[in-house]
Design a protein around this ligand. Structure first.
Ligand code: ADP
Ligand code: ZN
Length: 526
């Protein structure tokens, strides 16, 4: 690299100061850098914002030869390469978006030893052509970014990552460093196994994001609830995630009508418009980006002050990644989700009706359940989130919703038995609405037509309001005591685990849902 004229000093701290302009390494950065500079393999598990990029960039600059960086997204590569060039590092990307001439120029620079870092996609990295191209060059290291893509447990499985273990056999002696912000033990294990990194040193730091405040509310009037959440933020930007493109469009339009500057972003939009909205979000101070999960990976906006979810993500991991886009600058940030029974039903249906093999469906169900456990916990959310990553936390973090306003629980064993009996006695053929009508004793066309006004469970639950029954069914669903049969138009069915409840061998504790914040604070009409 040119900056290192004659003195040839390629000491990591010098590089950090002179090229990046930072005065000190953060956390375990230095340990990782020294390990890799010395030729060791590494697995780096740090949360978003911890500074993983320097962990491979600096060793690449300190070692002889070019550093090869495997990165899953072309857009992400482009941004990183631009940023590196800004500080005088000779970086380039080789991918399908280049013109023929551009690709030739990159190859020339490479063979002239004029590159410090070369970014490639995993598809390319595993080809024979690529191996030949770099075969007789000095290679400083291989960095495998977003390494969780190798795992089906991760939230972004990319089959091409599976082939990357060939780098170990083709280039013995070249250090490899795999990096990710995905932390659950399954994914970690997969990274180490699949990428042939069993003898690598593992560097991991706490996944706690202490500056993020977590809140998950029961959804009743999502738009009003969202508006109240957004009203906490003046002159700051954030992201609102929705599941569908249509909902993204509608929500953005509605927010604009409410005087909140909002722009939509989803993969179905015209490319230029989408890029324009992304740029606006990166540059402007006071903008709400309403997006599907197509938005976010690799977006480095440090001052995202809030992330809201109007729909439940598919796993604890996805929730952690998406909320993790808030507060990369370390300043206080808030994340909020409105969640309800319909989400559970929808997510389960997406899994059941998706084309995945049974083995994958099983994994997906279990990942969804780990998120439901976080949603339904009566304890500290942070503790529940970190527990999912195998990390102990004493709880009572003091700034999640359940710490700020402890949730009451109630012994719902009797209610659960009634609810399960309601499902059973109506023949496991009806959805929540009808079963609740039966439980609270509503005489209507449907309860009469099916003769449900005459069965013993009719009215057996009139001691509790319909709203509480809604909450009971949602929690029974989250606990896996009942399921929804999509093939039977959403009929509730009992799961084998329900038996223990019937037999009073299992106690059921429910969260007491609180009224949504707006009603509590402003007593507005609902
Ligand atoms: P990650 O990839 O772990 O999410 P990044 O590598 O994008 O994190 O770094 C996050 C931010 O922190 C970047 O803006 C980066 O420049 C900055 N950063 C990284 N290391 C340091 C350091 N030692 N001192 C100051 N800032 C740093
Ligand atoms: Zn807490």
């Amino acid at each position: 690299i040119l900056l290192f004229g004659n003195d040839g000093a390629r000491n990591p701290l010098d590089v950090l100061k002179r090229i990046y302009g930072y005065s000190a390494f953060r956390g375990q950065q230095q340990a990782v850098v020294e390990h890799v500079v010395a030729g060791g393999d590494a697995v780096v598990l740090f949360p978003t914002g911890a500074g993983k990029s320097l962990c491979f960039q600096i060793p690449a600059l300190c070692r002889k030869g070019v550093g090869i960086v495997v990165s899953p997204l072309i857009a992400l590569m482009r941004d990183q390469v631009e940023a590196l060039k800004q500080v005088g590092i000779r970086a380039a990307a080789l991918n399908s978006s280049l013109s023929r001439d551009e690709a030739i120029a990159v190859r020339r620079a490479l063979s002239a030893d004029a590159l410090d870092l070369l970014y490639v996609t995993p598809e390319r990295a595993v080809t024979d052509g690529f191996a030949e191209m770099i075969g007789d060059m000095d290679i400083a290291l291989f960095a495998i970014d977003e390494a969780h893509c190798v795992s089906q447990w991760g939230h972004d499985f990319r089959p091409e990552y599976r082939g990357l273990d060939c780098l170990a056999s083709r280039f013995p002696g070249v250090p490899r460093i795999a990096l990710t912000a995905t932390a659950d033990p399954h994914t970690r294990g997969d990274i180490i196994e699949r990428l042939a990194l069993r003898s690598a040193r593992v560097f991991s730091s706490s996944f706690d994001r202490p500056n993020i405040a977590y809140e998950i509310v029961e959804r009743d009037q999502p738009r009003q609830q969202l508006l109240r959440f957004l009203s906490r933020f003046k002159d700051s930007s954030g992201i609102v995630y929705c599941l569908s493109r249509a909902k993204v469009e509608d929500t953005a339009e509605w927010l604009n009508g409410q005087g909140i500057r909002a722009l939509p972003y989803h993969a179905g939009m015209d490319r230029t418009l989408r890029d324009r909205h992304q740029d606006a979000f990166l540059k402007e101070e006071n903008l709400c980006l309403v997006a599907t999960v197509a938005f976010g990976m690799g977006i480095d906006k440090p001052d995202v002050r809030y992330v809201a979810h109007l729909d439940l993500p598919g796993s604890a991991e996805a929730y952690y990644q998406e909320t993790g886009r808030a507060g990369r600058d370390g300043l206080p940030s808030e994340v909020w989700m409105a969640y309800g029974m319909a989400d559970v039903i929808q997510r389960r249906r997406m899994i059941d009706e998706g084309g995945a093999p049974d083995e994958i469906k099983r994994i997906e169900r279990s990942k969804l359940n780990s998120l439901l456990a976080i949603c339904e916990t009566a304890g500290c959310r942070r503790q529940a989130i970190l527990a999912h990553f195998g990390e102990a936390h004493p709880g009572r973090c003091g700034h999640c919703d359940t710490c700020l306003k402890p949730v009451e629980t109630w012994d719902g064993t009797e209610a659960a038995i009634k609810a399960l009996a309601g499902v059973y006695r109506t023949g496991e053929r009806f959805g929540t609405g009808h079963v609740i009508d039966v439980l609270i004793g509503t005489v209507n066309e449907k309860t009469e037509r099916f003769g449900h006004v005459d069965i013993p469970v009719f009215g057996a639950g009139k001691d509790l309001p319909a709203r509480t029954w809604q909450s009971v069914f949602r929690q029974l669903l989250a606990m896996g005591l009942i399921t929804v049969d999509h093939a039977a138009f959403g009929a509730l069915k009992l799961e084998p685990e329900a038996r223990a409840v019937f037999k009073r061998e299992r106690q059921v504790l429910f969260r007491k849902d609180r009224p949504s914040s707006g009603k509590a604070t402003r007593g507005q009409k609902s």
